[in-house]
Design a binder for this molecule. Sequence first.
Ligand SMILES: Nc1ncnc2c1ncn2[C@@H]1O[C@H](COP(=O)(O)OP(=O)(O)OP(=O)(O)O)[C@@H](O)[C@H]1O
Length: 212
Amino acid sequence: MSTLQTPSPSHWRIPRLGVTGGIGSGKSTVAAMLAAHGATHIDADQIARSVTAAGGTAMAQIAQVFGSELIDDSGGLHRERMRALAFGDALARQRLEAIVHPLVGQATAQRVLQAEQAGAPLIVLDIPLLVESNRWNRQLDRVLVVDCSEATQLARVTLRNKLPPDAIARIIAAQASRSARRAAADMIIYNDAQDLGLLRAQAAQIAALFGL
Ligand SMILES: Nc1ncnc2c1ncn2[C@@H]1O[C@H](COP(=O)(O)OP(=O)(O)OP(=O)(O)O)[C@@H](O)[C@H]1O
């Protein structure tokens, strides 16, 4: 478990809760449940998709560095080629991340500011690669990890994305291990049950910890 950092009263601000977990763990579902209790949900994945959509802030740089090969017909990032590149060429992945991640960070910071100005009681940042990247640590007050077995991840992602098992296994292997994720957690929800009611009850307990 990481050390809890309580801001001093003079710097007191709206709490920021990072929610993370492996692919298919249920983090977006939990974040949406917390939003139903009144939290503002900021989705880093959705922000990453918007900066790499046609006209997105990352696209000019991506075209400059990678050429037209990574651009789809609409002018956005060609996701299928990007995935193939990212899994086959570590250097290319790093170059792409060096373009995209700072822009996601900036857009996220802007959304946080907007949520603070709007007086949100809790800001939930849904960040798939929170543990893999060390850029978020200092911006979060607490980290909630949604954890489940690889068998559960495989079953859920097979159902949702219709991806073959070996492709899902590759994604799981490229992400942080369960133990690394749990070591970064202040709170953990174990989400192996196929039961949204149970998950909702756990999310309600977390929301209550923040006074929601
Ligand atoms: N406890 C549960 N009971 C039933 N279905 C669940 C449960 N938890 C998650 N799911 C389902 O599993 C799928 C994956 O959940 P979700 O999208 O929240 O995961 P995620 O961690 O955000 O995944 P990704 O990283 O791929 O975006 C969804 O279809 C969701 O409805």
